[in-house]
Design a protein around this ligand. Structure first.
Ligand code: ATP
Length: 328
């Protein structure tokens, strides 16, 4: 399998952190050792490439991190990498450190940066999708998504205790500026009365009808899960509009925020990250580049990075149906 031209792989985590990034890093480093090549960690995403902030890694340097959230390499959003000068500095540092190829663990912005870098300097790279939003085309699951779903579901379960005890209506905002995967799945899992996502056109009237219907059938408390990017003006605005129409409702708003990104990765995310990290190294050694390693129907697949960036995963209509039937 070994491609003699690749002797050292650089790995970085970029964009928002996601649980399982460490497990992916560990897999990259250990796969490098397995295939007898060197690995070097680049700190703070592309910023570390520009600042020459790197650290040689071996199998033991990534011990005890498979269970840790966040990323030990740290991550950053690098404005300088968006400039040609910044990328030139990054390339000079790659040469200085004798790095032959990169594994980029991050989201579509990170992949866009890597793709531009490749076009300019011809540096081989493979992307590993690390983001809780699950909004990347070419993989059924992104690293961190499953953990985030479990975190959100657990948090909503706790809110439900209060909602039930006080006969309240809780509006819960969850992450997802462009995609409703977290909202839809955590909403189903936590028994939400309604779920508002960016991909669907909703109205306050329909939301009120849903709440009224549930009231008529004897429901005294409700949870409504709202993705950040829904189209009705935000969770506080929605709560205000519902309160106008139903002053008798005891409404509370909870924004889950960054707790959704943290925590120890789930078993699913650890296994996914381990598989994708190894696949990325193997792909590079097979001369693959400009691809994202993903998982489809439980098999490793490589997707051209431009497709991964430009195309979008569709919300599954069957899941929306499930949510609607269960909210009867
Ligand atoms: P998340 O999904 O968590 O937001 P992301 O990878 O999409 O992760 P971004 O902040 O969009 O996060 O991108 C991460 C970094 O990638 C940016 O800070 C920048 O350094 C680099 N990057 C993004 N877009 C470009 C671009 N057009 N040109 C060069 N670099 C870019």
């Amino acid at each position: 399998m070994t491609n003699n031209s690749i002797k050292k792989i650089g790995v970085l985590t970029s964009g928002g952190d996601a649980p399982g990034m460490n497990a992916a890093l560990r897999a990259v480093v250990r796969a490098c050792k397995y295939y007898n090549i060197s690995s070097i960690g680049i700190r703070q995403g592309y910023e570390g490439l520009i600042q020459n902030d790197m650290i040689d890694l071996g199998p033991r340097s990534v011990k005890n991190i498979i269970n840790q959230g966040g990323t030990i390499l740290k991550t950053a959003r690098s404005e300088e990498f968006r400039t040609k000068e910044g990328r030139q500095k990054a390339y000079d540092n790659l040469l200085q450190n004798e790095i032959d190829a990169l594994v980029i663990i991050g989201g579509d912005g990170s992949f866009t940066g890597a793709n531009i870098f490749h076009q300019e300097f011809n540096v081989p790279f493979i992307g590993v999708p690390g983001t809780i939003d699950n909004d990347i085309f070419g993989t059924d699951f992104t690293i961190g998504y499953d953990t985030a779903l479990n975190t959100v579901t657990e948090a909503i379960d706790k809110l439900r205790d209060t909602a039930t005890s006080h006969d309240r209506v809780f509006f819960v905002e969850v992450m997802g500026r462009d995609a409703g995967f977290i909202a839809l799945n955590s909403g189903i899992a936590s028994g939400a009365q309604d779920i508002l996502i960016p991909e669907q056109k909703d109205s306050v009237e329909e939301l009120c009808e849903s709440l009224e219907r549930s009231e008529e059938t004897g429901k005294k408390s409700s949870i409504v899960v709202i993705a950040e990017g829904e189209q009705l003006g935000g969770v506080y605005e929605i709560a205000k509009e519902v309160k106008k129409r139903h002053p008798e409702y005891d409404i509370r708003v909870t924004v889950l925020g960054h707790i959704q990104r943290g925590g120890s990765p789930s078993c699913h995310d650890r296994v996914l990250a381990s598989r994708l990290g190894i696949a990325a190294v193997e792909g590079l050694l097979e001369n693959k580049t400009n691809l994202m390693a993903g998982i489809r129907s439980n098999k490793i697949v490589f997707t051209p990075i431009e497709e991964a960036i430009k195309k979008h995963n569709e919300i599954d209509a069957e899941l929306i149906k499930v949510a609607n039937i269960l909210a009867i």
